[in-house]
Unconditional design. Structure first.
Length: 87
């Protein structure tokens, strides 16, 4: 979902519109109470996962209408190493 990383353009602005579009569409459907997001262009498209999560959190926080949704799940990055004592 979203644009591929392009060094000649502002990647943050280009990655905000998919979140806004999803929120706008979901807001139009009264029965949608929960949303979950992936990291836009993260992974195989080369955009850093941590930055994708920050963009998502900022964009959703700016858009969010308090009380409209019961739950909004942002993208998360998997840790690159496991904590001591886990298998």
């Amino acid at each position: 979902m979203g644009p591929i990383t392009d060094p000649g353009r502002n990647p943050v602005i280009r990655r905000r519109w998919p979140y806004r579009s999803c929120l706008d569409l979901a807001c139009d459907v009264e029965t949608i109470r929960t949303l979950a997001f992936c990291g836009v262009s993260a992974g195989v498209f080369g955009y850093p996962k941590d930055e994708a999560a920050r963009v998502a959190l900022r964009t959703v926080a700016e858009w969010l209408d308090p009380g409209r949704f019961d739950r909004v799940v942002p993208p998360c990055s998997k840790p690159t190493t496991r904590p001591t004592g886990t298998s």
